[in-house]
Design a protein around this ligand. Sequence first.
Ligand code: AGV
Ligand code: CA
Length: 314
Amino acid sequence: MVRKVYFNHDGGVDDLISLFLLLKMDQVELVGVGVVDADCYIEPAVSASRKIINRWGSARDKAELQVAWSDSRPVHQFPKEWRLQAFTMDALTLLNEIKPVVVQEAPRKAHLELVEILRNAEEPIDLLFTGPLTDLARALDVDASIESKIKQLYWMGGTFLERGNVEEPEHDGTAEWNAYWDPYAVKRVWQSSIKIHLVALESTNLVPLTPEVRDAWAAQRRYEGVDFLGNSYACVPPLTHFVTNSTYFLWDVLTTCYLSKPELAQSRLVYSDVITDGPSAGRTVLSEQGRPVNLVHHVDRDAFFAYVTDLAKK
Ligand code: AGV
Ligand code: CA
């Protein structure tokens, strides 16, 4: 059975690898891609997205799938060093070999494009968000009736651990970055009745990029897609001695793989809320009065990496 999926991302290495893997999944049909100016610079991130679809998309993808620019703005901006990685991705030889790039940009801003896609949908669509939730929050504000067209939301974001991954002045370190970038958007989406799968730091902490993973990909670089994985993850620092603020995990790739293969991971129902202001801005908290979310808290690490590598070989 083919599933229709809308993908909204923010141009990081693992966001763009997620797009690549979605195109490799037989059971997924992408119906739209939106790019947010968050953990990237939007121009190279839109460009790299179009090139990835141009190289690995089906004939239908190349003719019909469009990439929309978001004009959503941060409450808290990402560090520039991380945002610059999109330029390296866009310049990889694998993305610049095939010309012309026929994949089009969408005619509307990303959140309005999402409204349009959902309004025109004959059946409910799955949403995959691997950056901040701002475009979804804004789409719901434009037309709340689109909720009925959303099957489920898969979001990389949040954590209920004491330690998040934000290390910024005036913050207490309890938040995850996608939630911190726009906590109000999380609050808005939490107020909806959309079914939410939360791929939080509980599970993504189990899938760091390591030198062993890199070596395994290097050994299989004769497969074009595995070479793409290896070159892409060459842009970011692995876990060697201990976890630092820049250590890279496969956050978004885990979220993308959970969408198509939930048996890789374990989840449980929790009730949650989000703090929007003050030193804990962006922190997701457990609360009996909160809304239900399916928290993905564990993953079979080896099965996950095997699945990613197998998809890339296809
Ligand atoms: O918080 C994880 C999110 C994911 O969507 N992003 C990166 C992934 O795309 C922000 C982020 C947290 N730590 C980072 C991040 C780091 N060390 N480098 C780049 N981005
Ligand atoms: Ca991301």
